[in-house]
Design a protein around this ligand. Sequence first.
Ligand code: IPM
Ligand code: MG
Length: 378
Amino acid sequence: MSKYRIAWLPGDGIGIEVMDATRIVLDGLELDADYVHGDIGWDFWCGEGDAFPQRTIQLLKEVDAALFGAITSKPVKAAEAELAAKLKGQGLTYRSPIVRMRQQFDLYVCLRPCKAYPGNPLNYKEGIDLVVFRENTEDLYAGVEFHPVPPELAATLGALSKPFAPFGRLAGDEYAVSCKINTKKGSERIVRAAFEFAKKHGRKKVTIVHKANVVRASDGLFLEEARNVAKDFPDIQTDDANVDAIGMWLLKNPFNYDVLVAPNLYGDVISDLCAQMVGGLGFGCSGNIGEKLAVFEPTHGSAPKHAGKQKANPIATILAAKMMLDWLGEKEKAERLATAVAAVIAEGRVRTYDMGGGSTTQDMGRAVAAKLPVSARK
Ligand code: IPM
Ligand code: MG
């Protein structure tokens, strides 16, 4: 029996080819693992009415970790239109599988390291090394949404909230309500995870991102919990910033920042910004981490227009595999992988189209595998 059982979830679009390229690297490392394929993605929505079928949920209960490629998602009406004829009109609604996975398995930490590898022509500035901790299960992603707004909800909001009055006069289908729900527990644990990380990795500062000056209730609670957690880490500098301002400051001076922690939606936004500063979609990697399971993925989507063309840069997925190795405790393999990625980027001979080159997805996987340092343990 292998040491690890890893769910292998390519999804669709370029998810499939970036995962294949990543496998070349993992095989090069001789990770002692069984990779168990899991069905997930657009085809399963169209054919079965569920992009994240029950059998894949079951698989995730039985593995040590998962690596996930990418999945196409489309707005409600477009998704309904592509359902198999026999499934149409049954009230099936498409909800992003990755968001469901994060909630169902309580993968509350979304960890997104954004490091500029020296020599990457896409670096915004050399030397950027930011880490985003994004809350991953609540906030505007809670999924508590209404359109049309039911009359009983409108009546209750009307009775409880003065600012609701102008909305309450509208017909239910003339407006929509999405609830932003932040809990004390959810806020506390993501901020604690960010500080623990900072402490463990010798990071100097944690910046709390919010909009508590306007979104007083939910962001107010997040900020208050965050400040309380910060008191337990007197050796780490703490500051906080509004999400709009941090967008500006991060661009202006990324070197003033180190670890950032944010509620779900702001974390989504700033992690794209940070990824762009270190090379964009081809370099953004992500860990969705809970107590029992962790799912690693590139931050990019399925890019259907590039699917099957072997154009996509697999480095984001390869770096997600590095995060997985770290999480499994395979530090030596994780380091070797990072060294190989750094060497390929610094050398600049193998570059995918986003980096201005003509190498294929597979070329990149093979190039990284070829640069893996020989294990000191052999
Ligand atoms: C991400 C993505 C997802 C999100 C989408 C694909 C649902 O943007 O992982 O950042 O919004 O969380
Ligand atoms: Mg995103």
